[in-house]
Design a binder for this molecule. Structure first.
Ligand code: PGA
Length: 249
């Protein structure tokens, strides 16, 4: 079912698999319509089902990745690319190694860069030089973060280095041996970078996300809920499972 919250279109699907299928359908259509454009990718548990579907669709030649350029939202810092908790490793193993993508056109912030600020500047420049993003995929944190833009007093602009919130480290600790092993810093696209994307596809599933989805889509626009800024974007699609939509229906 399809609902409108201001300019945001929200699809509510029966369960995680249906959410993933809908998201894969929307994202692949956009790739097929703009086969040479740049697209923004996300990590986390939420998009995994969608990535599985995209791999299947690519095998069946229903989506062609060969001409696109990719930019990921964020990466831990410091972390090496062969660390199985790096977002580089995540993207390669969960999607990029399994589809017909041009490896030279993959961009993920370098979590091992010697100069983190230089890395941020160069990442933003490469994104701008690509002509900008056609569609950015987003998950949402329990605290409303998008990328690693945590709640704060102001909306960030370009790609930058951040200190991670304790709640984010705890939420992500499930992937590490312990919470103490989660890197405390990250490189992330800024809110400004994300908002410049031509379109945005945000996914959320599960009861745990219901409250933050309600705040992000219907609450005040505030940097204390970074995802609330999406209310100001003209082309946002949100795909939820029923549980994540509990607060807005
Ligand atoms: P998740 O993370 O998909 O693992 O819930 C989303 C996020 O923190 O942005």
């Amino acid at each position: 079912m399809n609902h409108k919250f201001g300019s945001i279109t929200v699809y509510v699907e029966q369960d995680y698999d249906a959410m993933s299928s809908k998201a894969a359908e929307i994202f692949s259509e956009e790739i097929n319509k703009h086969p040479e454009a740049a697209f923004g990718f996300a990590t986390g548990g939420t998009p995994l089902g969608m990535y599985k579907q995209l791999i299947e669709m690519n095998k069946q030649k229903a989506v062609n990745f060969s001409g696109i350029t990719t930019f990921n939202l964020d990466e831990y810092y410091p972390i090496s690319r062969d660390n199985d908790q790096s977002y580089y490793y995540f993207m390669m193993t969960n999607l990029f190694e399994k589809v017909n993508i041009d490896r030279d056109k993959i961009h993920i912030p370098n979590g091992n860069a010697a100069d983190i600020n230089k890395e941020c500047t160069e990442y933003e420049e490469a994104l701008t030089a690509s002509g900008g993003l056609r569609m950015q995929l987003l998950g949402i944190g329990l605290n409303g973060h998008i990328g690693f833009n945590e709640p704060s007093g102001s909306f960030s602009r370009a790609t930058h280095c951040v200190q991670l919130d304790q709640s984010t480290c705890e939420a992500n600790a499930r992937f590490f041996t312990s919470v103490d092993d989660v890197p405390r810093q990250a490189i992330t696209m800024g809110i400004g970078t994300i908002m410049m994307s031509e379109s945005i596809l945000l996914l959320a599933n599960g009861k745990g996300k219901a409250e933050i989805i309600k705040k992000a889509l219907t609450g005040p626009i505030t940097p204390e809920v970074p995802a609330s800024v999406l209310q100001l974007h003209r082309n946002v699609i949100v795909v939820l499972d029923k549980s994540a939509a509990e607060g807005i229906l």
